[in-house]
Design a protein around this ligand. Structure first.
Ligand SMILES: N[C@@H](CCC(=O)N[C@@H](CS)C(=O)NCC(=O)O)C(=O)O
Length: 206
């Protein structure tokens, strides 16, 4: 059986995407919790031995290290039956993975980080700029989910798991109340949360 080891920390929504994929697929996996706040990912040895990009998630698959959540999710979709994609779905999924990494998660994760964990607190103008970028990305996903149940068609794919990396963190951390402001996204989150294997980020990675 394939051995999966996920290098992660519980505040990392990018790691949550991968943990959720493994959990929903029903695969056994081990957690390697890194000391992000203590600077582990900035140590030269960590960058040499684990990930030269200085980031989690890192997924070891039988000892081979994969990095970038989008690459890892695609790897799982190619090797795990429960996450498999048709040829048609694959290009749609890729489109949303790129949108997520460029506009959705990229802005939401940075904003959450700035307003919840950063010291000193960032300048108001920076936060206002980020809020505007997130609203734009949320509006696109909200509209898209007005006509379909999941991001690509009628069933969960890795595109949903990628876009869902941060939305399940507490609203006080996110700075956005999705449940009241984005009804289609909120309903989509409910559908994801009812899938066997789903757990909230701090439960899954804690
Ligand atoms: N595009 C990357 C983003 C990964 C990322 O930003 N990871 C954060 C934690 S959520 C990290 O390790 N950041 C370390 C740093 O930037 O110093 C992915 O999807 O895997």
């Amino acid at each position: 059986m394939t051995a999966y080891r996920l290098h992660c920390f519980k505040e990392s929504g990018n790691s949550y995407k991968v943990g959720l994929a493994l959990s929903i697929a029903g695969l056994p996996w081990d957690k390697v919790v890194i000391d992000y706040f203590g600077g582990e990912t900035r140590l030269p040895a960590w960058r040499t031995e684990v990930n030269e990009l200085g980031e989690v998630p890192v997924l070891e698959v039988d000892g081979r290290k994969l990095t970038q959540s989008g690459v890892i999710l695609l790897h799982l979709a190619e090797h795990v039956g429960a996450l498999r994609l048709s040829e048609e779905e694959r290009s749609e999924v890729l489109r949303w993975l790129l949108f997520d990494n460029h506009k959705f998660t990229a802005n939401l994760a940075t904003y959450r980080w700035l307003q919840t964990f950063a010291t000193p607190a960032p300048h108001e103008a920076v936060l206002a700029f980020m809020q505007q970028r997130i609203s734009g990305a949320f509006d696109i996903v909200e509209k898209h989910l007005g006509t379909q149940r999941f991001i690509v068609g009628d069933r969960l794919t890795i595109a949903d798991l990628s876009l869902a990396g941060y939305v399940f963190y507490p609203k006080e951390e996110l700075g956005f109340d999705i449940s009241t402001e984005y009804p289609n996204m909120s309903a989509w989150m409910g559908r994801i949360a009812r899938i066997p294997g789903w757990q909230a980020p701090y439960e899954l990675l804690g």
